[in-house]
Design a protein around this ligand. Structure first.
Ligand code: NAI
Ligand SMILES: NCC(=O)COP(=O)(O)O
Length: 339
């Protein structure tokens, strides 16, 4: 796509996600139900979007585009699609490994377009990690995919609802590898990236971050694990010397209570299933997943491909709407911050 330099309204790329999953469904319904203050470009197979719209009975105007200058501000039901061809026609609810390269291509083009400033942000509906891995490529998540594409030394996965933000020191790791991954360097890089992005992308001047311990009761003074004493506490102390407002390490089961959460901007968990179940319990369907620490803006939904619901009209599009709103706000904040 040709570059579009003279623009105030942000241009947001939305990938289709797994074509056999609910990605196309929630894009169609969200963009039909509501207008967004942005120029939205869906990176997808045109026939896939047309067929899914027909299956769902969504009367959308699907407009093929080849350059961002041709994309107007979003109005309900007008869906601009930058075409990327599927290898084989996709059936809702039926995974097909032949279409895995298509999914990766949508991500590659979105990331490249953002790095080249055609897009101000990327929003990603869910992909099926298992089917992508079946091609022989190890795909653990969008987070790691965009980290590699952007050559970012460290990224942070953060999920947010109206009520809380939860970020993670490690992302998609088997549980047995986590202790080893909780190093001084990892905590330092993640916490600093989180602090900076809370300022730049969320407009929080002095972010206060609650930090979880790794072990039950944050190690119980070393009786239930020593990572807090040997690694986490000294690293947080050093970061406090640099001016960061950090509380912890706190036992994760007490950190996630109103007394702490109401007086902080974000919680930092040590691993995926320490932090995310709490957030999903409190706001599944209305949360956004954001990758911090990238030179680009990327938001996503809080759920997976829900293959069982594809093409049925039962998929909830709430999280996608939130993800699009966050991408727009972050793009606008970033523009203000860089002026
Ligand atoms: N951002 C992403 O790309 C993500 C991708 N995944 C991938 O999705 C695949 C399936 O993962 P699961 O653990 O089964 O989680 P899932 O979120 O796809 O499904 C869990 C349950 O929630 C329901 N559900 C999910 N989204 C829904 C929605 N929008 N509206 C109504 N109901 C919904 C499903 O029907 C299912 O019963 C895996 O390959 C996983 O890696 C999972 C999370 C995020
Ligand atoms: N639980 C969130 C998740 O796994 C999404 O990961 P990613 O694809 O955004 O990296």
């Amino acid at each position: 796509m040709a570059q579009d330099l003279s623009r105030e309204t942000p241009v947001i790329a939305i990938t289709s996600g797994e074509p056999a999953g609910i990605g196309p469904d929630i894009i169609l319904s969200a963009l039909k139900e509501q207008s967004f203050d942005a120029r939205l470009v869906v990176l997808a197979d045109i026939r896939l979007m047309e067929e899914r719209a027909q299956t769902l009975g969504v009367s959308a105007n699907i407009i093929e585009v080849h350059q961002t200058v041709d994309v107007r501000s979003h109005t309900k039901g007008n869906i601009y699609v930058s075409p990327i061809a599927l290898a084989e026609p996709s059936k809702a609810g039926e995974l097909n490994v032949a279409n895995a390269p298509y999914v990766l291509e949508t991500l590659t083009q979105a990331g490249r377009g953002c790095l080249e400033k055609q897009y101000d942000a990327i929003v990603t509906p869910p992909v099926h990690k298992g089917i992508l891995c079946e091609t022989g490529v190890h795909f653990s998540g969008h987070t790691e995919f965009f980290q590699a594409q952007c050559q970012s030394p460290h990224v942070v996965m953060m999920l947010a609802t109206e009520a809380m933000k939860v970020a993670l020191v490690t992302t998609h790791l088997p549980l047995k590898d986590i202790s080893e991954a909780i190093t001084e360097e990892a905590i330092r890089l993640v916490t600093k990236a989180l602090h900076l992005d809370l300022q730049e992308k969320f407009g929080i001047e002095k972010p206060r971050i609650l930090v979880c311990g790794l072990n039950p009761h944050a190690g119980e003074d070393g009786h239930l694990g020593r990572e807090e004493i040997e690694t986490i506490t000294p690293t947080l102390d050093a970061l406090r010397q640099e001016g960061l407002d950090l509380i912890g390490p706190l036992p994760a089961d007490t950190l996630f209570t109103p007394k702490y959460l109401n007086n902080a901007d974000c919680a930092l968990a040590m691993y995926h299933d320490q932090g995310l179940p709490v957030l999903k319990y409190s706001g599944f369907g209305n949360a956004v997943n954001i990758t911090l620490g990238l030179p680009i803006i990327r938001t996503s939904v809080d759920h997976g491909t829900a293959i069982d619901l594809a093409g049925t009209g039962k998929a909830n599009n709430g999280s996608l709407k939130v993800a699009i709103h966050h991408a727009i706000n972050m793009a606008n904040n970033t523009k203000k911050f860089s002026k």
